[in-house]
Design a protein around this ligand. Structure first.
Ligand SMILES: Cc1cc2nc3c(=O)[nH]c(=O)nc-3n(C[C@H](O)[C@H](O)[C@H](O)COP(=O)(O)O)c2cc1C
Length: 148
């Protein structure tokens, strides 16, 4: 089971996640998405795909903050888990895509392995961020499938 963990304030990342779910399902990769992640439900999954926007001044969206904070507060051991991060932002901010970077730093400190570099999408210059994400993911489907 691949878990999509979605951080959004105004729905763009959720829309991207819906498209990713469809792509994975079309390739017979079992997956589901959540906006309110709970560690107990996620712990059986080998791969977390985190799709997050950035809000405020480089902040993690409100719906994801408690989860990420609780992982750090509890020093949750994430060794053996793998993750990918898709980070949406707007390059006119000097805190461009910083939520993805913050999440990466916190998860790496807890032992997770990132299996790709963060994929950043500039919502300022992309009318269809989901198309870029789909293009990027297409080459990664065999890898994702092997972790299902
Ligand atoms: C109030 C506000 C603050 C934002 N702050 C940042 C920021 O600090 N860095 C960044 O890269 N993008 C920032 N953005 C851009 C959003 O991350 C971008 O528009 C994203 O696509 C929104 O996705 P969402 O609808 O899933 O929340 C901000 C947008 C808004 C409306």
């Amino acid at each position: 089971m691949i878990e999509l963990i979605v951080g959004t304030e105004t729905g763009t990342a959720e829309y991207v996640a819906d498209e990713v779910l469809e792509l994975l399902e079309a390739n017979e990769i079992e997956s589901r998405a959540t906006l309110e992640p709970e560690l107990e439900l996620l712990s059986t999954s080998n791969l977390w795909i985190i799709i997050t926007s950035t809000h405020g001044a480089g902040d993690i969206p409100n719906n994801l903050q408690p989860f990420i904070q609780s992982l750090t507060d509890n020093q949750t051991d994430l060794c053996g888990k793998k993750a990918m991060i898709i980070s949406l932002g707007d390059s006119s901010y000097d805190t461009y895509c910083q939520a993805g970077t913050k999440i990466k730093d916190q998860l790496l400190a807890l032992g997770i392995e990132l299996i790709t570099p963060i994929f950043q999408v500039d919502a300022m210059n992309e009318e269809m961020p989901e198309d870029l994400v789909m293009e990027w993911l297409a080459d990664l489907l065999p890898l994702i499938s092997s972790l299902n």
